[in-house]
Design a protein around this ligand. Sequence first.
Ligand code: UD1
Length: 338
Amino acid sequence: MKILVTGGAGYIASHTNLELLNAGYDVVAFDNFSNSSIESIHRVERLTGKKISFYETDLLDKEALTDIFSKENIDAVIHFAGLKAVGESCEIPLKYFKNNLSGTITLLEVMESFGVKNLVFSSSATVYGDPETVPVTEDFPLSATNPYGRTKLMIEEMLRDIYKADSSWNIAILRYFNPIGAHESGEIGEDPNGIPNNLVPYIAKVASGVLDKIHVFGNDYDTPDGTGVRDYIHVVDLSLGHIKAIEKLQENPGLVTYNLGTGVGYSVFDIIHNYEKACGKKLPYVIDPRRPGDIAVTYADPSKALKELGWKAERGIDKMCEDTYRWQSKYPNGYKSK
Ligand code: UD1
């Protein structure tokens, strides 16, 4: 079975490529390298001893996408490609609407014209906005608090409408909580452009001396230690969820939506302390004001994915921090490291 992975050189995609190849799938991937490197593709090929059929292409380039579909016999698509920086999306929303929405529409049109109707979509827990209670189940009300989140929500709505109009589509919407960690080889991991926006990549840069201290965004939330609580999930567990989703679409077609999280919430201080254990040293931090748009607490109820996909996150917070640390120590400047 041949899977097309859009945004195939990115963080979650590279780990998913590896698991797909190990599970015996053929992988075709494309990326425009706006926030990724060809090196992740090479490393996955080295780790698995298998080839990825790779194209340097933009999601908005309909001709190039058509070319890929006519050359390769694609059976299903895992759609990761998209912009994902919340802050930037508030400053330049149009860029987000153009890339994420027009890009996805382009992809769906090409898929439809080739009769490829199996899709796994990379959504996010951001579609729950600020949930009233936790844990969050898939039937919670949906909302968006920023343009990035709105693109995820709008794509979900588009997919539900498309399925309503034509139930021969098979669609799995996966709502990720907070992916962290790296492959245990330390050869692939998260490699954001510039100064990281997200907590764990930032901590990793402080631990390796690239940045001088962690900024904790608020210690006055209504949580046990005052800092924000999230459901951090190991990227390898998350990737394995995609394999289960592909299997599910084959066995039991339809439109399905799953939370991919662990069901456990950790605070910012919990993460700092666990990372300190992994790297064996104290990490400096300061308390800053709350980051606009942040919520106090969110974590998943992942029981639907367990019941219907037979999927469960297996890797705990220690492993998430150890694996991030291994990747960061081997490659302090990510894929650009010598
Ligand atoms: C962010 C995005 C979310 C996206 C997800 C995955 C925002 C507001 N939300 O989630 O839409 O789906 O990433 O890419 O950006 N924190 C610090 N210091 C830092 C960074 C973060 O204290 O330098 C805190 C935050 O306040 C939060 C927690 O750490 O409590 C996690 O933050 P982050 O890693 O950015 O993820 P989210 O905000 O949950």
